[in-house]
Design a protein around this ligand. Structure first.
Ligand code: SF4
Length: 223
């Protein structure tokens, strides 16, 4: 029997049965304003014989259990971009509802999160890379276990770097406090450039910080 593997070019991930695949359409921030989108995903899953629809921790709606010969047709009918679910790249930007919906929010995490998604989702980097933005310190989008995490505080954003939930988990370090919203995107850009220039292949942000030393990394990024 032919040995199958992930099909990154088709955005398809081999499942446990070693025969069928999951595909994950890109839904920035997991926010769906067009309810027809959910109906379309359900219709495609049904039409092509998927086994399940799974809501993922990366705020995706994944169609699970497609036969290989149905993948291209499923993507064509979805008409959606592929989520960066595999590979050495920015996999996801997780966003909480923040000031758009949540009464506890201190900052507009959705606007910043969607901009981060637009700029970085799928960008190739030395290792897989995750981001999260939360509107307050309740941290519902889990910024403390992301490579870059932003937390909305009364006077601006707390910027975290080096968090990771997989393998040996690592809590993020605080890079900066009370960063005004207008300064957050330029700072994230500096962090990404620094990581690109200094990380080894497969080295997550947190391991790079452990190797180089937090104070040096802070000094280098913040000047
Ligand atoms: S992190 Fe704060 S603002 Fe965001 S959903 Fe949770 S409680 Fe609401």
């Amino acid at each position: 029997m032919e040995t199958k593997s992930d099909l990154p070019e088709k955005g398809a991930i081999l499942q446990r049965d070693k025969q069928t695949y999951a595909i994950a359409p890109h839904i920035p921030g997991g926010i769906i304003l067009d309810f027809g989108l959910l109906r379309k995903i359900a219709a495609v899953a049904e039409k092509f014989g998927a086994k399940a629809i799974k809501l993922t921790s990366a705020q995706r709606v994944t169609i699970v259990g497609l036969e290989e010969d149905k993948i291209d047709q499923a993507w064509a009918e979805l008409g959606m971009a592929k989520g960066a679910a595999v590979g050495l790249c920015v996999r996801s930007v997780k966003i909480c509802p923040a000031t758009h919906f949540c009464r506890l929010a201190q900052q507009d995490a959705v606007t910043i999160g969607l901009e981060l998604d637009k700029r970085y989702h799928g960008m190739e980097l030395p290792s897989k890379f995750k981001m999260a933005v939360a509107g307050c310190m309740n941290s519902c989008s889990e910024p403390a276990v992301k490579d870059i995490g932003l937390i909305g505080m009364p006077k601006g954003y707390r910027v975290l770097i080096g968090g990771c939930a997989s393998g040996v988990p690592r809590l993020a370090d605080v890079l900066a406090q009370d960063v005004p919203a207008a300064d957050v995107l330029p700072l994230v850009d500096e962090i990404i450039k620094y990581y690109q220039a200094n990380a080894k292949k497969y080295e997550r942000m947190g391991r790079m910080i452990d190797r180089l030393g937090l104070e040096k990394v802070k000094q280098d990024i913040l000047g």
